[in-house]
Design a protein around this ligand. Structure first.
Ligand SMILES: Cc1cc2nc3c(=O)[nH]c(=O)nc-3n(C[C@H](O)[C@H](O)[C@H](O)COP(=O)(O)O)c2cc1C
Length: 292
């Protein structure tokens, strides 16, 4: 089972991601392709310096195929200038961020109902073969779209894409619609049906430990479980940087020492200093003294 550290905007800089021993995959926070294609400074946030044992993804937001094509060209230019960042495993399209500003631009969860558009964006990204491609999506933009089963229609398109192209390797589903507050309990009632599609599924939402994984998997009939590639954790990781280590027996047996996260984080920041916004957000959103 793959263990993914969730993309966390203005939090998941290289130093932060590097703390998560035992995670198989990690992501940058969401990066706007409009910014990446127009502003040189945004490339500082593509901080994909090596992290042992982790496959690193860049998460992008866009609704334009032309931006995808320009981004792929600029990415190669950036990596030629900074070969030390040339460790990227994949690119994930964000169809999940609930920001009204993003939705107004037709990006993020506004794309869930636009099956053809999502297919075109992903096919544009799949024109290259160096990077795996994935998508992070919610159950719908709102309650109405959940009732309309928009996610099921999208899964049908994603299944076609997975069949067409082996580089499409990651469909992460955050099991909420975009208007549900983070405090609301998760409903996994659609999980079994979603898992019946032949798509490489990563389950996200409300998972904190091994017991939660088993509780979520119990929604899936045994025949559909083969489509589950992994799980993704966000908020619990911000509380417990050992959460993946605790689930990954192999990593756990190799890392028995008590960790002082704050000291590790300081040393990592000294290697690759994140932008100030990352430090401010980490200080605001995590327990005082844990990271900073
Ligand atoms: C501080 C914060 C920042 C987030 N930033 C992003 C982001 O950039 N891209 C994204 O797809 N999801 C983002 N999310 C959502 C998480 O990736 C994840 O889907 C959500 O927290 C549910 O998982 P969890 O229950 O394990 O926390 C963010 C969540 C938090 C708490």
């Amino acid at each position: 089972m793959e263990l993914h550290l969730a993309p966390l905007e203005n939090v998941s800089c290289w130093a932060f991601r590097s703390l998560y021993t035992g995670a198989s995959d990690s992501y940058t926070g969401m990066l706007s392709l409009t910014n990446l294609t127009k502003r040189a400074t945004t490339w500082e946030e593509v901080d994909t310096f090596p992290i042992e044992g982790q496959r690193q993804w860049i998460q992008i937001a866009t609704a334009k195929e032309t931006e995808c094509a320009t981004f792929l060209t600029k990415l190669e230019e950036e990596l030629q200038k900074h070969p030390e960042k040339d460790t990227i495993y994949g690119i994930q399209l964000n169809c999940s961020c609930p920001s009204p500003q993003l939705i107004r631009l037709g990006q993020g969860p506004a794309l869930i109902k636009r099956t053809t558009k999502v297919g075109k964006l992903l096919r544009e990204l799949l024109k290259q073969t160096k990077y795996k491609i994935g998508i992070k999506v919610r159950l719908g933009l709102n309650e109405y779209e959940v009732a309309q089963r928009k996610i099921i229609t999208l899964c049908r398109e994603l299944e076609k894409l997975a069949h067409e192209n082996a580089n499409f390797t990651n469909v992460t589903i955050h099991f909420k619609h975009a208007q549900e507050p983070s405090s609301k309990a998760y409903s996994y009632s659609l999980l079994n049906e979603i898992a019946s599609f032949k798509i490489p599924l990563i389950i996200n939402g409300g998972i904190t430990n091994e017991k939660d994984i088993q509780r979520v998997l119990a929604h899936i009939e045994p025949a559909n479980r083969k489509n589950i590639k992994g799980i993704m954790i966000g908020r619990e990781a911000m509380k417990n940087p050992n959460c993946f280590l605790e689930m990954n027996q192999e990593a756990k047996s190799q890392n028995q020492e008590t960790r002082i996260i704050k000291n590790e984080f300081k040393a990592l920041c000294a290697q690759h200093q994140p932008k100030q916004i990352y430090l401010t957000t980490i200080a605001e959103k995590t327990k005082p003294g844990l990271f900073l």
